[in-house]
Design a protein around this ligand. Structure first.
Ligand code: ADP
Ligand code: MG
Length: 725
């Protein structure tokens, strides 16, 4: 990188340290937690009792809120917001693009006397009408019926956004078309949680539980990179694609592993501290921070919550990180693979199910009876992952994640379940039916009743598994850093809902026929385990042997987005979405269309950027150096000498320069491809034609980087971006 930018960056880092010594780092106190949230405490204090109770019922039981109560809630919300300096409100929603959208409206209204007053009615709280025609809808709305509505989600609390000196009341909403079809990610998530609850309750009933509802819980660990803002702004690829499209490996990579859990640099610490305090105030329970494996890579994780709230909070976390980084002269990279050859970033979605009496249903209990229930739920999840592996794989498919999955640093594209030795052993025992005939206390116990007591935290960990049981929850580790966690949550919920339905149906049949629940379970589990155990794998998922073994087991190995996405519209997947009323066929297909289109768009943008960078950044530098060497060789010659090595350098730079131009032209031609009505064929062309042309061009660009003098090279290098902090 030319020295000017480097010097700027170094100055910024130094100036920062100097400034920070004088200034105290923001303090995070527990009383600040949620003080910008219209939470239960505020509701209780500000709402008339009957309204408060009506709202609670809406929140916990999904009962509709009548218009007069809605008016009262809106009034209290507005007063609270205005007291905090809010002038606007926004219906915040999650369109299919993967980011969030908001349209701000002022509270101001004119009275008949022409005076301005702050107003906010129940109607405005409950329903909004953003001009939504340009959000992707996968063909669910044609332009003439472009209207979409945002509908208040009372189960996720509103909060105040402080940004750019303005205060805005943010209302989490669902986004639906005028026909009621879901145009967003929240609606199906809520529907899927509802569906799972129904089936889980059926299972719980068989064990004598009195719980009325079940919620899925979620906590997601977010990995990200932070690099200096000057470097970021000097790289068109980072700005426009979120990842580097050129960049030679640095002499020092992550091989020393001296970064993982190492000391956090001061400027990064200041950034984290502010992000945490901002998130704290808006009620996001962030808990852990640490360095990650790659240089300049970090992680932030919250305490788990109801999956719907957790999904909203996850979006807020990503937004807050992006927004806060520039204040510290940093850029926050959430891309799955910002740097080739360096670990990418994932998001581990920790997922469990909990009943309304506070029991975690995936927590092995203290007594065998609880264990039996636990084993039914756990087996249901294993079955779900096996049966619906295609859907789960599709739910995490994106152009960005393609660089990560299977790259020897992230779980492979093969979905499997890690259970740990202890649980696997128990599963094997059950499958063989060994537990059945064991004598216990002089009596013959039936089936799983006699299973060994399970420890609460089955300690062992496997960092290579895409889907791991970690003691009292499953961790979906193949999710990517950049994506909303809604889709993986929805996919999991659909899969587990179907599986619980199956288990409940079988168990109900058996108990109705007069069998005890113990006997029913003892008969069902071995069968289900036998049929689904191929999905269980506790070994090293990164190894070649696993790929072969997985193939023998008949597991899917869908290496890229184009291969994985059709799973989303497989017949049985659509049928399951429809059966449990999570999405209808049109809604599922719309998601497929949007995901495929995003793949094409992403690769297209990257390809265009590479052509631009090759022609306008790298090629001019290559020509400059070529000329410099040529002049040097000529000068030696005219002085009567012979520059043997100089001539070799000239030949090599000439060859690389020509190759760069040829490859960039080839990529440009590949990008001219048109869809001609088939998005699938178009996507395949991008995967096979464009991405390979990109890889070839990159190779030459990176070779040139290693030749061209430091002052002449126009892009910040990996060495600079990753290690100067
Ligand atoms: P690690 O995976 O690094 O060992 P933890 O065990 O602390 O980390 O948990 C990681 C994440 O899992 C945290 O966000 C935590 O809140 C979340 N988590 C813990 N229990 C549950 C649960 N029952 N449901 C969903 N997420 C959970
Ligand atoms: Mg984890």
């Amino acid at each position: 990188m030319g020295s000017a930018v480097l010097i700027e960056a170094i100055h910024a880092i130094r100036d920062f340290s100097v400034a920070k010594e004088k200034e105290a780092v923001p303090v995070r106190t527990s009383d600040a937690f949620g003080n910008l949230v219209f939470n239960d405490e505020v509701q209780q204090a500000r709402l008339p009792k009957p309204v408060y109770h009506a709202l609670r019922r809406t929140m916990t039981h999904g009962e509709p809120l009548d218009p007069s109560a809605a008016d009262a809630v809106a009034k209290a919300m507005k007063e609270w917001a205005v007291e905090h300096g809010a002038t606007h409100y926004t219906h915040w929603f999650q369109p299919l693009t993967g980011i969030t959208a908001e349209k701000h409206d002022s509270f101001l209204q004119l009275t008949n006397e022409g005076k301005a007053v702050a107003e906010f009615s129940g109607k405005e709280l409950i329903k909004g009408e953003p001009d939504a025609s340009s959000f992707p809808s996968g063909g669910m709305r044609s332009t003439f019926e472009a209207r979409g509505y945002t509908a208040w989600d009372p189960t996720s609390p509103p909060w105040l956004l402080y940004s750019g000196g303005a205060v805005t009341l943010v209302i989490p909403t669902a986004f639906v078309s005028w026909t009621g079809e879901a145009l967003d990610k929240k609606t199906p998530l809520l529907r899927s949680m509802e569906a799972l609850s129904k089936q889980a309750i059926r299972v719980l009933r068989l064990f004598g539980s009195t719980a009325e509802r079940v919620v899925t819980t979620c906590g997601s660990e977010q990995e990200y990179f932070l690099i200096d803002g000057y470097f970021y702004l000097s790289r068109p690829d980072l700005i426009n694609a979120g990842r580097t499209l050129f960049g030679a490996r640095p002499p020092k990579g992550q091989e020393l592993e001296d970064q993982y859990f190492g000391a956090i640099p001061e400027r990064v610490m200041a950034f984290m501290s502010e992000v945490e305090s901002e998130l704290y105030k808006v009620g996001v329970p962030v808990k852990t921070r640490h360095n990650e494996v790659a240089p300049s890579q970090y992680e932030i994780a919250p305490i788990f919550e109801n999956a719907n709230v957790s999904t909203d909070h996850q979006m807020m976390t990503m937004e807050t990180m992006r927004r806060t980084a520039p204040k510290y002269g940093l850029a926050c990279l959430l891309h799955e693979k910002p740097f080739a050859g360096v670990n990418g970033s994932g998001k581990h979605v920790n997922w469990s199910i909990s009943d309304d009496e506070g029991h975690n249903l995936l927590s092995p209990g203290a007594n065998p009876h609880d264990n039996m229930q636990f084993l039914v739920f756990c087996t249901a999840v294993v079955r779900a992952v096996n049966k619906w592996q295609g859907l789960l794989r599709a739910s995490i498919a994106s152009a960005g994640n393609d660089h990560r999955l299977g790259a020897n640093e992230a779980p492979p594209a093969i979905i499997s379940v890690f259970l740990g030795d202890m649980l696997t052993d128990i599963f094997e025992q059950i499958e063989k039916g060994l537990a059945k005939s064991t004598k216990h206390g002089g009596e013959l116990d039936t089936g799983v009743m006699v299973l060994p007591k399970l420890p609460r935290d089955a300690g062992d960990r496997n960092r290579t598994s895409p889907f791991a049981f970690t003691g009292n929850k499953f961790e979906f580790r193949a999710v990517s850093a950049n994506q909303s966690i809604a889709m993986p949550n929805i996919a999991l919920n659909v899969a587990v809902t179907e599986s619980l339905d199956f288990m409940a149906t079988e168990l109900e049949k058996a108990t109705k026929a007069g069998k005890s629940i113990e006997k029913a379970v003892a008969e069902l589990l071995p069968k289900v385990i036998k049929e689904n155990k191929r999905i269980i794998f506790n070994g090293n998922n990164y190894s070649m042997e696993w790929e072969k073994e997985a193939a023998r087991r008949g597991l899917l190995n869908l290496r890229n987005t184009v291969d994985a996405l059709p799973q989303l519209v497989a017949k049985d997947v659509i049928a399951a979405f429809e059966k449990y009323k999570i999405l209808n066929e049109r809604e599922v297909r719309a998601r497929y269309d949007v995901m495929l289109e995003q793949y094409i768009k992403t690769v297209n943008v990257e390809g265009q950027l590479m052509v631009l960078m090759a022609n306008r950044y790298i090629l001019p530098a290559a020509f400059a150096y070529q000329k410099q060497v040529a002049e040097s060789v000529a000068a030696v010659k005219s002085a009567g000498g012979r520059s043997i090595e100089g001539k070799k350098v000239l030949d090599r730079i000439t060859k690389l320069t020509d190759t760069l131009k040829q490859r960039s032209d080839k990529l440009a031609r590949a990008l001219e491809h048109e869809s001609n009505g088939s998005a699938e064929k178009h996507a395949k062309h991008f995967r096979d034609g464009v991405i390979t042309a990109m890889a070839a061009l990159r190779e030459t660009g990176d070779d040139l980087e290693l030749m061209i003098p430091h002052e002449t090279w126009p892009l910040a290098t990996y060495r600079e971006m990753l290690f100067i902090k």
